[in-house]
Design a protein around this ligand. Sequence first.
Ligand SMILES: [Zn+2]
Ligand SMILES: [Zn+2]
Length: 166
Amino acid sequence: MRTVQRLVGAPDGLGTAVIGIPTGAELELDVRLEAVTEGVLATGTVRGRAVGECVRCLEEVVDEVDVPFQELFVYPERAKVAAEDGDEDDEDLRELDGDLIDLEPVLRDSVVPALPFQPLCRADCPGLCSQCGARLADDPGHAHDLLDPRWAALTALADDDETKEG
Ligand SMILES: [Zn+2]
Ligand SMILES: [Zn+2]
């Protein structure tokens, strides 16, 4: 059994359209590698800093990611046997490449689902003003003295009546 601690640059695509760990940003890996009958079992955690945008007000959102992962990397011989047996469940077995394991797809599979689906700068973010686009969290008393267009139409009718009477 071996324990490995590594700082690596984040690979491409470690995130969604709205939030993700920027490519090249620091990822902290803590991995325990265990030799098992079928291959090598990698268990560990990945830590990093995801950056995105609040879906309501577009303010930057930073999310500290700290997720566990576990993956079995099988010896290529084993993977071949499984494939020949037509074992459907083993189709996406990850193979050992000599002494190397490729953690990148494993990181992606653990980090991406852990990210917020709709990032928010804060849980009760009031979003943007529909009239002028101002960020309401910065200006809670924000309001406009605009007349509702429906009332404006009524005012016009009232004016007409006065004209007739007069
Ligand atoms: Zn927000
Ligand atoms: Zn406004």
